[in-house]
Design a protein around this ligand. Structure first.
Ligand SMILES: [Fe+2]
Ligand SMILES: [Fe+2]
Length: 187
């Protein structure tokens, strides 16, 4: 049953109110996987000029990571790496990384955050970023090499309308495992 707090301003919250808020927050965290899937499905039908839409690109990227023998965490990162395309077109990697960060290793979160800016010279040129300067800055990070692999092997090549991507149902158990992990940070 839905319970509602009694206050209209937080400084009047009672202990019971705080328990209600806490329970709702926990439910919100528990049901994240469902909303992630809805957001992923929201990428359908927007090809952004490519031959396939962003949903198919996401499936294709994740399928390539899976077929390359990656673990669940990296496959989920591949599946969700462009989740920010709709709401954060100028920094979409940051949005996806923010969602994933509490559930994945710092290195994998770094990869998702930086995949866009390390992607291609053309893209960087458009964004008025000097690739060489940027690479110098990022090169020493422990996740730099894995991010280059992410871009080259799975992301950059996943715009193929004839690729046999696995269906979303293949990845749902992985999403379940990753998003039911103990949250490793809340920042
Ligand atoms: Fe991207
Ligand atoms: Fe991508």
């Amino acid at each position: 049953m839905n319970r509602t707090v009694s206050f209209t301003t937080l400084d009047r919250a009672t202990q019971e109110d705080l328990e209600i808020i806490d329970d709702c927050f926990k439910d919100q965290v528990k049901s994240l996987k469902k909303r992630i899937i809805e957001a992923l499905l929201g990428l359908r039908g927007n090809p952004m000029g490519y031959q396939i839409d962003r949903f198919e690109h996401s499936l294709q990227t994740a399928t390539r990571a899976l077929r390359d023998g990656c673990d669940d965490e990296m496959i989920v990162c591949a599946l969700l790496h462009d989740l920010g395309d709709d709401l954060a077109p100028l920094n979409h990697g940051e949005l996806a990384a923010a969602i994933l960060r509490p559930y994945v290793s710092p290195e994998n979160a770094w990869t998702v955050k930086h995949h866009g800016i390390l992607q291609s010279k053309e893209y960087l040129h458009e964004m008025k970023v000097d690739k060489n300067e940027l690479e110098k800055k990022l090169r020493n990070h422990p996740a730099f090499e894995r991010t280059i692999i992410f871009c080259r092997r799975w992301d950059r090549v996943s715009f193929d309308p004839n690729y046999d991507s696995l269906p979303l149902s293949t990845f749902e158990p992985m999403l379940e495992r990753i998003f039911s992990h103990k949250v490793n940070c809340l920042s």
